[in-house]
Design a protein around this ligand. Sequence first.
Ligand code: IYR
Length: 228
Amino acid sequence: MSAPYRHVPYQPLRFAPEEMQRRAHEFYEFMNLRRSVRVFSDRPVPRELIEYAVMTANTAPSGAHRQPWFFVAVNDAGLKKQIRIAAEKEERESYEGGRMPAEWRAALAPLGTDWHKPFLEIAPWLVVCFKQSYGVNANGEKFTNYYVNESVGIACGMFIAAIHNMGLVTLTHTPSPMGFLSALLQRPENEKPYILFPVGYPAEQVEVPDIERKKLEEIVQWNLAEGI
Ligand code: IYR
């Protein structure tokens, strides 16, 4: 057992009710502008922006505050090429080698994805988030992490929001299986690739599918207090 954390006062943000309404509205409108983009410009992005996105992800809540995530940021052209080759080999097998069931292929058909992943070489950065299925301390002893998928999923959501907030775009790419990333990026046994994020500027005049989001009524049930 480690020593209890010292507790310090929490400094709440205080906004007037109208300010809360305005901020709620603006944040929703802003997040609703986010789109997954699959065609990137090769325009460089400074490392500092990637650092901020990773630092933002690192503010996510996590089970027992274990922060069971690790990020690898790649802008080396040779390594990006190796990642593309390995990802396309897996994706080709999935899409065309019969590894993806027909129902899955049908679900993806409206989005028009296929095994070609040029963005893995064109986007200036590939940021791979790994989940630490278990931890390893300084003595090499293993320890359990908790709610790893939930924690890492939240961190990735915050990473995506940070990228959007700086006017860049990304894509949650999950080549399957992703084991090749552990090998190419030389990550230890306790880490498993979780999501690969190409990050950069969108290509000029890029198009995205004209999707709609579910309506509020479709995604929420209200169990309300009487008389309110
Ligand atoms: N991993 C593949 C397939 C894919 C799966 C889903 I579910 C998507 O929403 C999109 C793609 C790929 O990245 O193409």
